[in-house]
Design a protein around this ligand. Structure first.
Ligand SMILES: Nc1ncnc2c1ncn2[C@@H]1O[C@H](COP(=O)(O)OP(=O)(O)OP(=O)(O)O)[C@@H](O)[C@H]1O
Length: 249
């Protein structure tokens, strides 16, 4: 579904991602761990095609198509969707207006969808302006549930979310990923995802297949998400940097 091969990326003329290799199969839920500043958000932004991130070498393939140089709108049309860590405030554009654009020709009940995630009262407000951390996350989720991408890039979905709202956010993400058919582990309706997490709390809600650890701008190791999380919690990222966690399964 998504293949990244030998990817090098610069931000503000500074090399950031170095020889990133990573693949996500169709229908797989994958996790991206890594210390602060490792380049995790930069990797998601590069996959989505945000212009601050300059690919200097390597390739990104999505659904078999080379999207390395494709603009954001083309990637979105192909089926990529992102929940950013810090999405911009958009003064003068109401949340409902954006959702109506994303709805396009689909038949959706926006009020009902917003109500289900406690966002109905925000539909008439400028996007993200004055939203709390948890409200921004729910707004991003609402936008994704309207867009219904085939591949979800989720940047720290649990950050800023209180424990009660976390259940709502976690369950909404799980429902989105399994396309409403959460009983079948490998349902054809299942979307793919790459989810950044520090705490691993999202693992209490989604059935994650694989995790990657990004350190110093490169993928150091991959393996079972819960095992890797336990290793990180007990030994920190240094072990990974020394390549001692390679391919834990
Ligand atoms: N637009 C930018 N301009 C300058 N530096 C940037 C830009 N975007 C990212 N960086 C730098 O690149 C590095 C990696 O940032 P990134 O946000 O990808 O890290 P991260 O792994 O997601 O970290 P965290 O876990 O703290 O969110 C940081 O040192 C950051 O300051």
């Amino acid at each position: 579904m998504l293949q990244i091969e030998g990817l090098y990326v610069e931000v503000a003329e500074r090399p950031l991602l170095k020889n990133v290799n990573l693949a996500v199969e169709k229908g797989d839920t994958t996790i991206l761990f890594g210390p602060n500043g490792a380049g995790k958000s930069a990797l998601l932004s590069t996959i989505m095609g945000f212009s601050n991130y300059k690919v200097t070498a390597g390739k990104i393939y999505f659904k078999g198509k080379d999207i390395t140089d494709a603009p954001v709108n083309e990637r979105a049309k192909l089926g990529l969707g992102i929940m950013s860590q810090r999405p911009p405030n958009i003064v003068g554009v109401k949340l409902r207006e954006l959702l109506e654009i994303e709805t396009g020709s689909k038949t959706l009940n926006l009020d009902q969808m917003a109500e289900s995630i406690d966002m109905k009262r925000f539909l008439g407000r400028d996007i993200n302006v004055g939203f709390s951390g948890g409200e921004i996350k729910r707004s991003e989720l609402l936008q994704l549930s309207v867009q219904k991408p085939d591949f979800y890039l989720l940047d720290e979905p649990e950050s800023g979310v209180d424990p009660v709202n976390m259940a709502q956010v976690g369950n909404t993400i799980q429902n989105m990923l399994c396309g409403g058919d959460c009983h079948a582990k490998k349902s054809a309706k299942r979307s793919s995802s790459l989810i950044i997490t520090h705490t691993g709390e999202i693992l209490n809600y989604v059935d994650a297949d694989k995790a990657f650890i990004l350190c110093n701008g490169t993928v150091m190791c991959s393996g079972n998400p819960n095992r890797l999380l336990n290793e990180i919690k007990s030994k920190g990222y240094e072990e990974c940097i020394r390549c001692k966690l390679t391919n834990l399964q």
